[in-house]
Design a protein. Structure first.
Length: 67
């Protein structure tokens, strides 16, 4: 995923991501820490489950904290 910092100074992000199946059942959730991102810059991060998920899986950002 791409995370764009729209602030005027460098920021870090912590993002909560849910993984669900086609029926909307929650299969896993993770917390993704994004390193410092420059003002106006974009960071790239990959959300990975530690479970063996099969079928059609949807990843959804549930919450994000910028600090």
């Amino acid at each position: 995923m791409g995370i764009t910092n729209h602030d005027s100074k460098a920021r870090r992000y912590t993002i909560l991501i849910n993984f669900s199946d086609q029926s909307g059942n929650l299969l896993d959730m993770i917390v993704l820490d994004v390193p410092e991102t420059a003002a106006g810059g974009t960071a790239h991060a990959t959300a990975r489950s530690n479970r063996n998920l099969t079928g059609t899986i949807t990843a959804e950002v549930r919450n994000a904290l910028r600090y």
